[in-house]
Design a protein around this ligand. Sequence first.
Ligand code: NAD
Length: 313
Amino acid sequence: MLPKGCPTATKKPNLVKVLITGGAGFIGSHIAHHFLQAGQEVVVLDSLRSGRCNVDQSILTRGSVTDYELVEHLAAGARTIFHLAALVSVPESLEKPHECVDINVQGTLNVLRAARRHGVGKVVLSSSAAIYGDDPELPKHENMRPAPKSPYAVTKLDGEYYLAMAAAEWGVATVSLRYFNVYGPRQDPASQYAAAVPIFVQRAREGLPITIFGDGEQTRDFIYVRDVVAANLLAAESPAMTGVYNVARGESLTILELARNIRDLLGSCSPIVHGPERPGDIRHSLADISRLLATGFRPTVSLDEGLRETLAQ
Ligand SMILES: NC(=O)c1ccc[n+]([C@@H]2O[C@H](COP(=O)([O-])OP(=O)(O)OC[C@H]3O[C@@H](n4cnc5c(N)ncnc54)[C@H](O)[C@@H]3O)[C@@H](O)[C@H]2O)c1
């Protein structure tokens, strides 16, 4: 169903240049702002399931990617669909596997069907390194056998397979970007399932204890959101980019080091304390980014620079 008062409902479909599902969220809003600053037309489809809206209401259509009629309506005239809408949390997906499949798999299929119907130039899926699971092989490269441990990871892998299917069978140009750990301004610290960086920043700012789940020796490959936006732009514009690409810096950091870095940058006295390990959590994560580098892409923001920019917001 099309929502009443939907701001895009009266627009001519051929004026819609870029559709961003989940575009009111953290990463999607950075993609949206890039195109708005470049003077291009942007339509965001977001259910605001996350409870936050990081874009202006004028570009927002509030609705769900599970609503095919709506997705098809918004896809008309789109040059690119950046598909980010998802149930994004591993622990939440373990609690609500059916909802996770509904949003992440049915939603992705809706985007692909709509792209086929309207001859959209490219679909770029925000996928996840969660697909690699706990395979001890490091660094993770795209040809490894997937080992998803959660409904979230399984549905992201499903999405990648559906994108490959749509490219092969329907002639829809697609590309899947497997993000590792993305951080930057506008990342929500308040959610029950929030990521480490915004929570650590908030706790350190308030001088409160920073809780690390487990011993803190687990590693992650952090990439700043500006670099992730750049990877999306390249993926959208480069006909040669198809299939799956890791998106990361190719450098790992322990969670304990991350907490100490944030604390030091803020000059905070927050103590670091340890809680129980979280179910579904992966021990080590480090990307092989040679496939991405072969496209000419280079991550440009160091951890120090990215954290400073994040803290400046
Ligand atoms: N942040 C990371 O480190 C990271 C890592 C790997 C993959 N990803 C993927 O990147 C994408 C964006 O993640 P993010 O960190 O910006 O999360 P986010 O929660 O800020 O953004 C996701 C957005 O999707 C929206 N949404 C949820 N269900 C929807 C539905 N049914 N219809 C329409 N919109 C819906 C939410 O309201 C939210 O605004 C997600 O697909 C996520 O799985 C993120």
